[in-house]
Design a protein around this ligand. Structure first.
Ligand code: TRP
Ligand code: SF4
Length: 333
């Protein structure tokens, strides 16, 4: 039997951070060993909320692609492509728009949040027709490749539910047997930002994969520790160390280092500054190969563009067979 197909995507909104790496990319990297994986840089989805500001869109596509490749998403194992290079997605989106009841998208809680955020940006940008179609476009991404599994974060599950409903309805209406895609929840430890809030570029609390070691160290030195530990000879409590010890737990998981840090903290044998410097070294070591790989692609847009083109070609082959079935079923030649 053919391999199961995995499909996922990311909007190109800028350089990726450690949260993306640990939360998404390491998971994709595992999946590509086991499944036929298709990963889309969803630039049309980026337009749903950024149609009025496209100046960085092309650069962002390349930044995301470099971060994927550097993190080990391998174009020889996975099919990596740009959404707008796969016209089948847009065509399918038209068909799905015709048969997806509008109240299905209207009650999507994640979409409601997106609309709310847009509206709170004080009249600068409208919630558009395209934005309301966000889940339908996502379903088109998935169904155009007849994918089985869709690894996503929790916030994306409502979209996946709608995608399943749309595919089921399509099958019922037109007598097809497309796969109802299943969401695969990324089972990952969430990495907090250095200030203890959710890691995100808008909070300026993130470590980018593309940051230099010096930048990384500087950022880690700002991380929140045990707020009760004021002086160096105060005994610390790793359980109360809001950010830095959490990072240790992730980056030193399963190693004796973790216990060493705990003991040294509790016994006030190390100060927080020293603890952070040690953590920074560990994080920089982990990121070193990623940075080296990223540097290879830097200033090499031709190679990057070829990867996207190759990917779109491969994805296009699969999408073509899907679209033949779709158009036959829906009597659109
Ligand atoms: N909406 C997803 C996100 O913001 C990105 C995405 C676009 C996606 N198309 C997709 C995810 C298809 C899974 C499948 O994270
Ligand atoms: Fe946190 Fe390390 Fe300071 Fe302990 S020594 S409170 S683990 S930063």
């Amino acid at each position: 039997m053919a391999n199961k197909v995995v499909m996922s995507g990311m909007r190109p909104t800028g350089k990726l951070h450690l949260g993306h790496y640990l939360g998404v990319l390491t998971n994709w990297k595992k999946l590509q060993e086991q499944y036929d994986c298709y990963f889309s840089i969803a630039n049309w989805h980026a337009l749903t909320t950024n149609y009025n500001n496209v100046s960085n869109l092309q650069d962002n596509v390349y930044e995301v692609l470099k971060d994927w490749l550097a993190s080990g998403i391998d174009p020889n194992k996975s099919t990596i492509f740009l959404q707008s290079m796969l016209p089948e997605v847009a065509i399918l989106h038209v068909y799905l728009s015709m048969m997806c009841p509008h109240n299905w998208v209207e009650r999507d809680p994640t979409l409601k949040d997106m609309v709310k955020i847009i509206k709170s940006k004080e009249g600068q940008i409208e919630a558009t027709y395209g934005l309301i179609g966000y889940p339908v476009l996502m379903c088109s991404d998935i169904m155009s490749l007849n994918a089985d599994y869709v690894p996503v974060g929790k916030d994306q599950l409502p979209h996946i539910e709608i995608a399943r409903d749309i595919v089921r309805r399509f099958n019922n209406l037109y007598g097809t047997d497309f796969t109802e895609p299943k969401g695969l929840l990324n089972d990952v430890k969430l990495l907090a930002g250095l200030d203890g809030n959710k890691m995100g570029k808008s909070f300026n609390n993130d470590i980018k994969l593309s940051d230099t070691p010096e930048e990384t160290t500087k950022k880690i030195m700002t991380g929140i520790t045990d707020r009760n530990r004021i002086r160096k000879d105060d005994k610390g409590d790793p359980n109360n160390c809001e950010v830095i010890y959490k990072y240790w737990e992730i980056f030193a998981s399963g190693t004796p280092k973790l216990q060493e840090i705990q003991d040294a903290c509790r016994g006030a044998e190390i100060g927080c500054m020293q603890c952070k410097r040690m953590l920074a070294e560990l994080v920089n070591n982990e990121l070193a190969p990623i940075r080296d790989k990223r540097a290879e692609y830097e200033n090499n847009p031709d190679v990057l563009k070829d990867i996207l083109k190759e990917g779109a070609k491969k994805a296009g082959e699969r999408a073509k067979t899907v679209m033949e079935k779709v158009e036959l079923a829906i009597k659109s030649f």
